[in-house]
Design a protein around this ligand. Structure first.
Ligand SMILES: [Zn+2]
Length: 121
């Protein structure tokens, strides 16, 4: 059998050679957590030859899309999911809490809010 990714001999009844198999299993371990450049570092650190990494990234084994596109989409979905989970704590909420000092219903603004920036010329 030939490797479905890099088209080099993969071994008897194997659809992927050892190197490409490692790329896809590392991808499965980290998908949604690491972006493309970070995953590249993982592949390289694992000792996968550069040519095999490139072949695997460009390959579309099951018609879902090239691996590199899937990595990017996984990352975007992961970020969207994270943002959805944290909608109750938007950056604006955090900023408002910090500015009011956690004083709850107080409507008075901290004194330093109206002081002009120091060092103003
Ligand atoms: Zn291969």
């Amino acid at each position: 059998m030939r490797c479905a990714s890099c088209h080099e001999p993969a071994g008897f009844l194997k659809s992927l050679c050892a190197d490409c198999g490692r790329v896809f299993s590392l991808y499965d371990q980290h998908k949604g957590d690491l972006g493309l450049s970070q995953l590249l570092d993982v592949f390289i650190a694992d000792g996968v030859p550069r040519g095999k990494i490139e072949a695997a990234l460009a390959s579309d084994l099951d018609g879902v899309g090239a691996l590199q596109d899937r990595i990017t989409a996984d990352m975007a979905n992961s970020l969207l999911a994270a943002m959805g989970l944290q909608r109750r704590h938007t950056p604006a909420d955090v900023k408002r809490l910090r500015e009011t000092g956690g004083a709850g219903a107080s409507t008075s603004r901290p004194g330093n809010d109206v002081v002009p920036p120091r060092g103003h010329r």
